[in-house]
Design a protein around this ligand. Sequence first.
Ligand code: NAP
Length: 429
Amino acid sequence: MRVALLGCGNVGAEVVRLMHEQAADLAARVGAPLELAGVAVRRPGRDRGPLPVDPALFTTDALSLIKADDVDIVVEVVGGIEPARGWLVEALRSGKSVVTANKALLAEDGGSLHDAAVEGGVDLYYEAAVAGAIPLLRPLRESLHGDRITRVTGIVNGTTNYILSAMDATGAGFGDALDQATELGYAEPDPTADVEGFDAAAKAAILASLAFHTRVGAADVYREGITEVSAANVASAKEMGCTIKLLCIATRGPGADGTEAVTVRVHPAMIPRSHPLASVGDAFNAVFVEAEAAGQLMFYGRGAGGAPTASAVLGDVVAVARNRLAGTRAASESTYAHLPIRPMGEVLTRYHISLDVADRAGVLAAVAGVFARHDVSIATVRQSGRADEAVLVIVTHVAPDAALAATVEELRGLDVVRSIASVLRVEGG
Ligand code: NAP
């Protein structure tokens, strides 16, 4: 089995190393040796340390490598939309199986890749694209196909989990925690994709597509990052026995009008410390899957890093190589449900709101009136006095997100409300 490797960075170099170190085992598992046909990179002369690869295999001409007659499998670990999309569509259409870790491309235009795989009669595998080393997509796309998945809740971005865990442990603000993450190599020099939630949103789209048999793209995902999470938010969460996590949440179910639909969102949320996801610290990932018959399942492990990600890539390489040898391919993309995507305003969630208010008679009634006007029911209220000021901490019952957001907006304009110290969604019980 001849493998064309596109990209030899963090992940690609580890793919090369593992293919070399485990050559005998991989050959035994596949039923034929795996051979590198070539390695496409941007800078072939770059010092890559002691990599077990013939320097003559490096090329900048990815397309010619992909088109070579003797290539069976194309492994793409370059990233980004173009030129990766063009390469992979070409590879699939021309009958080469593809393994990719490219979540951005899958979330942006996975449909084109799946269609090309059907056209070429080959496999498209992408286990490494979500939650790195954690076997998650194969369980969703195979093991759970006898069941009905109702909800997927995950921590799928290690950088933001590291930052929020550090804020929780030390009381640091977002900026200091980000600096620490950058120093330790957990955050990229430009952390936008991670801290603004783009990376998690791409993964949420891939998870929702697989879980709900419906094409979901990055543009369908409601997204908020963690840059606005403050030390005060974290302290508020602590007082409630909660911690703050950047969650990706995908659900399937009937809305107010009874129509079955999918919701997909990424945002910071308070979860009780007793929730299984609360104890996921540092840069680890975890995904909590709820299915009607299976009940609750939890997947946990390293969501990034060269070697963990390469482990998932090679697992896919073995699977597609076996299929090719057997003259078969895996079942194609399952999108038969074609469920609509419900907008964020209609998603049912709960808010935790902390208000600085004037400490005088009638304040509570005025605040409660705002909630009532928006049909938002209050679950708990806690009030503590401070000179002529008081702090009101309100947790709501579930309500449509639009009603909750409108409530907060009206509270901002109320004369008895001096400031809104913290607004966070509450998830997980
Ligand atoms: P990386 O370290 O930046 O490596 C990218 C590689 O692609 C480099 O070898 C680079 O060549 C090559 N490349 C870039 N543009 C190219 C072009 N136009 N033509 C040919 N080669 C080109 O990236 P990475 O961290 O390994 O990530 C690769 C993929 O895996 C991405 O899709 C990423 O989202 C995904 N992923 C990564 C992780 C992780 O922990 N790193 C985890 C899960 C998924 P040079 O070496 O010559 O610069």
